[in-house]
Design a binder for this molecule. Structure first.
Ligand code: MG
Length: 292
């Protein structure tokens, strides 16, 4: 037994450093891993509830049959936890991909980083950003002299952008792509008016592939849904057989999903993802969810 002074006593906790992987292959389900972006895909800030019951019920039902759910987001841990707590949903993701690059899993008690992936990710970014940092002030000057925008450095990137509008963000994005062509391994990660730099080897797509590897699943078992440009790396049939986008997704995302025979919903955010997930479950011959 583990005793916390002045608190309560609870049964032996599972070791926090050991990832819990059930044999996902034994499940009688065509979709064994559900990868969803968060903002604009599941979560609509000004809706009530912000994550609709349609998708909560569906994901919860699939989890109860052994499927895993990963929230694959650009948010960091505290920002995502705060938004999830505010959403008051009765289910929790099995995996998190945070800042579009770091992988965490729920060990039954808390979210724990996948050490080998996250350490390599941190090391590769530190090495890359050390080469980029001396060039960044020139880039910030270029933005500031042409646009009303916010540029700054944070823990995750030596250059971060909040543009005033999407038109400005498009123009600045082009310049950032030009800048990246001069730095091998550097890429821009764009989400709406936000952008930052990242290492080309770490994104929502490669993180999803790593989770598949850990769960011993192939792309034919994976569903992915997203709404913006930072989702492109996972909205690919090289990462997920079953693709979906909600009605509010930006045009390049809808075009990419359609090009790969994915499902573009007429419904917004979580309702659209629920429609896409239901569509693919039915297409793949699973009708159990219809009986719920
Ligand atoms: Mg989004």
């Amino acid at each position: 037994m583990l005793r916390v002074p002045g608190s309560f006593t609870y049964a032996r906790a599972r070791p926090v450093t050991v990832e819990v992987i059930r044999n996902a292959k034994s499940m009688n389900l065509p979709i064994k891993l559900i990868s969803t972006d968060f903002d604009g895909t599941l979560f609509a800030e000004f809706e009530l509830p912000p994550i609709p019951d349609s998708i909560v019920t569906l994901i919860g039902g699939l989890q109860s049959r052994g499927a895993k759910w990963v929230i694959n987001t650009g948010r960091d841990m505290s920002s995502l936890m705060e938004a999830l707590a505010r959403s008051r949903i009765p289910i929790q993701p099995d995996y998190l991909v945070l800042v579009e690059r770091e992988i965490f899993f729920h060990d039954g008690v808390r979210y724990v980083g996948v050490p080998e992936w996250n350490e390599a990710c941190a090391r590769d970014h530190a090495e890359l950003f050390a080469r980029v940092r001396p060039l960044v002030s020139q880039l910030m000057d270029w933005v500031n002299t042409r646009f009303r925008a916010t540029v700054y450095e944070d823990l995750h990137s030596p250059f971060c952008l909040i543009a005033n509008n999407n038109g400005d963000a498009d123009a600045i994005h082009e310049q950032l792509n030009e800048f990246c062509r001069g730095v091998p391994g550097l890429v821009v990660v764009r989400n709406d008016v936000y952008a930052r730099f990242s290492h080309a080897a770490y994104n929502k797509g490669t993180a999803l592939a790593e989770i598949c590897r850990r769960l011993r699943l192939g792309v034919e078992n994976v569903f992915a849904a997203g709404d913006h440009l930072n989702d492109l790396s996972m909205l690919s049939t090289t990462r997920a057989r079953w693709l979906a986008a909600p009605a509010n997704a930006v045009e390049p995302i809808k075009a990419a999903v359609r090009r790969q025979d994915g499902f573009v919903s007429g419904l917004h955010c979580g309702d659209g993802v629920a429609e896409g997930l239901r569509h693919w479950l039915e297409t793949a011959g699973d009708r159990t969810h219809l009986q719920r």
